[in-house]
Design a binder for this molecule. Sequence first.
Ligand code: GUN
Length: 295
Amino acid sequence: MQKIDGKLVSQAVRDDLAQKVKELAAKGQRAPHLAAILVGNDGGSETYVAAKVKDCEEIGFGSTLTRLPDTITEHALLDEIRKLNQDSEIDGIIVQLPLPRHISPEKVINTIDPGKDVDGFHPESVGRMVGGMPTFVSATPFGIMMLLEYYKIETKGKHAVVIGRSAIVGTPVSILLSRNAYPGNCTVTLCHSATPNIRDLCLQADIVVAAIGKPGFVTGDMVKPGAVVIDVGTTRVADPSKKTGFSLKGDVAFDEVAPLASFITPVPGGVGPMTRAALMKNTFLAYEARRTFTP
Ligand code: GUN
């Protein structure tokens, strides 16, 4: 069994990006710039956005954080996004989700310029991904693909079982793994809450991707010896021994499954760090694409 080290791979991605920023600076060119919008002061969102801003600083990207009150109207928020769309110094835009209930996330996502959609949530980005065209792939699926690639895990002809059909993880991962590309060329089974025999299907998997948010859902009796196991779960479970008061639990019962697996991602330290690195990579790709295509 080999543990997939998301910290190591994400650091390699960050180091590569930091190096590229240095090379740009040496040529007198500006660094990529990510703009984040945070509406309200939800604790989780505050933490995530702060981490994204810190990642930019560490790599050498510019970043702008726009904080807006949760009383802001949808109209005013859309205007803020349009301003960022127009700003030629900004390469990537993210609006942290969830949003207050009076604001439509669909309208917000649809207002972001697809050329700056580094979250990969815009329907144009999703459509391009489905069509196999170059696009922004959302951070967690992109991070998973980078892990498979880094560890040179064979995917062609394999049976991948993806558990969970969320729009930001399960569904895009199932599409990416079935693409005619590497990583890809898998036969994919996408399981969800209406799938009656997940255990039987999972037992047939060469690659398992667990993304349902149920701690310890994938147990040892569900995994074929030699399978590759990717755990996307990050459920916060109360843990008084931790400074934060919680620990992160994956969707896989790691201790049972690890001895069976050929490769497995731990939680924490597997997919999580890759999600952050993938957003940075998308920001760089947005920068490069804008430099290439704008006069
Ligand atoms: N909220 C939770 N995950 C994400 C993400 O990847 N992007 C944005 N914009 N909001 C989130």
